[in-house]
Design a protein around this ligand. Sequence first.
Ligand code: 4AD
Ligand code: MG
Length: 461
Amino acid sequence: MMKRKKIAELLKTTAPIDNILLKGWIRTKRDSKNFSFIEVNDGSCLKNMQIVVDEIISDYVEIKKLTTGSAVAVSGSLVPSQGGGQQWEVRAAKIDIISIAPETFPLQKKRHTDEYLRTIAHLRPRTNKYGAIFRIRSELSWAVHQFFRDRGFRYIHTPVITGSDCEGAGELFRVTTLNPPMPMNSNGKIDFSKDFFGAESNLTVSGQLSAEMFALSLGDVYTFGPTFRAENSNTSRHVAEFWMIEPEMAFCDLAGNMDLGEALIKNLIRFAIDTCADDLNLFARFVDKTLEKTLENIISSDFFRIPYKDAIDILLGSKESFEFNLSYGTDLQSEHERYLTEKYFKKPIIIYDYPKTIKPFYMRLNDDGETVGAMDILVPRIGELIGGSQREERLDVLEKRMVGGGLSKESYWWYLDSRRYGTVPHSGFGLGFERLLMLITGVSNIRDVIPFPRTPGNIDF
Ligand code: 4AD
Ligand code: MG
């Protein structure tokens, strides 16, 4: 009986195995006098399996025509490899050709640039580098759930379509079934009461407000899902659709929030090092030679915690020439964040107590009346990886902040209810999953750690 095996599984064996069936795609083929050597990859791991094909097997003439990118089913035995370079190889008894890829297959042996591979995002997971990225992405998703489950957090599925703008930044993708000409109000605005939901709706920018409702019911919760932002910024750290991990904890203050963020980052890096060693090694060798050191440094450091005001002092006192001007009350740009974490502290830092004027309405007002209990975690090479806060749990203060920020108390009646009925101190944050993947792999463009990136002007694939 033939048994279908994956390469990842075969490589773990300690003894030869007969009667195996291996299916995959041809990476390269080399013909020598009476043999062909075919490198097959099935996506289960970085390594290929070398298939040795003797000219005596049937259809050898057909097999010689096989090209890079073609799909095959190999029956044979796993045996110790004669040549160097690999421990095991498969001696083929029979090769079934599933499909032949013509010479136009774009991934021939030479190395391609990331820019070019982005134009063939549908094929790039067939390369070593992108296969590795997306296996690591998958493993880390599991690790996220494991981290929270081990700590008693419940996983909440918050809505993707919503009527609220959590961050208040107006970076919303509208969801509508209305078609032009749009129904208009007497005041010249679009009449959304005629729209599908009877109100203006958009894709979520954060699951936080919903998660808060569940934290105030189930205790510790988290969400992990896609979020959408119509930020028209073409940077290497922004995409219009990204995945965010958002824990929310009842009976938790800002310090507890920082502790969780720091533990999560360290735990996920440790997990990647322990669980994805082969794939990760590719990045340490070919993408970022300092990767191992960077990651070990993060795991072993205590993240430096510093109030916003002190961080600004450091920046204003530095001799670095920044592109963007800075003063008390302005938001940090990526260049400032990277200076602090990469050059000044040389490790992750947590900046907290930001001016209320540059942060959303839901953050808890500090006793000074000027700052809020916000915290951002910045890491080398990326800048902001986590943004979070202690939430304003006092109804009267929250209402004042909403009115000041031009938000309607009526449309957030349900959110305010949570501060009316059994309100408690609570905190949470959002971690950008793609930015974490950039940190862990050393990949410098966010477009290369998400299967099909959504960016301004680009909706291909
Ligand atoms: O700092 P942000 O905007 O925080 C929130 O949305 C809060 N409501 C989260 C919460 O407290 N539950 O976003 C959180 C993180 C950022 O630190 C960043 O890592 C990531 O989300 N992020 C993006 N990642 C990729 N592309 C974008 N356009 C991103 N915008 C934010
Ligand atoms: Mg932020």
